[in-house]
Design a protein around this ligand. Structure first.
Ligand code: THU
Length: 129
């Protein structure tokens, strides 16, 4: 899949976001090393803390289906700013894909590229245990 196609999948997920509280949609498309793609959206809850981000939805869908080797993730939002992953999602990315490429999109579909190491330097992982 091309980067553009992966980004398009993340953008399409914006319409699936369940966001009655924040009204802030996020879509994600996670590409595995073998080319399989898992998508996700944010899903909110009246009790707030059970809310899950789009990135973790995609990652947990993949892991629960037996996929753990990830190459890159596209994250889409509708705002002017590039939609960067929250700290919790960065930590979950670190668990499975310390070298993940992270593509952050703004509402115009423009992309900014990061490595997970740039977003989470000196991050905690199993080597500390
Ligand atoms: N959100 C994500 O889906 N991904 C992020 O990395 C940042 C935040 C969601 C959670 C919540 O539904 C809304 O955006 C506002 O925080």
């Amino acid at each position: 899949m091309t980067e553009k196609e992966l980004c398009q999948k993340a953008i399409e997920m914006l319409d699936r976001a369940y966001i009655p509280y924040s009204h802030f949609p996020v879509g994600a498309a996670l590409e595995c090393v073998d080319g399989t793609v898992f998508t996700g959206c944010n899903i909110e809850n009246a009790s707030y803390t059970p809310t899950i981000c789009a990135e973790r939805t995609a990652i947990f869908k993949a892991v629960s289906e037996g996929y753990r080797d990830f190459k890159r993730i596209a994250i889409a939002g509708r705002s002017e700013d590039f939609c960067v992953p929250c700290g919790v999602c960065r930590q979950v990315m670190k668990e499975f894909a310390p070298d993940l490429e992270v593509i952050c999109l703004n509402g115009k579909g423009e992309a900014k590229h990061f490595t997970l190491n740039e977003l989470l330097p000196y991050g905690f992982d199993s080597s500390w245990l």
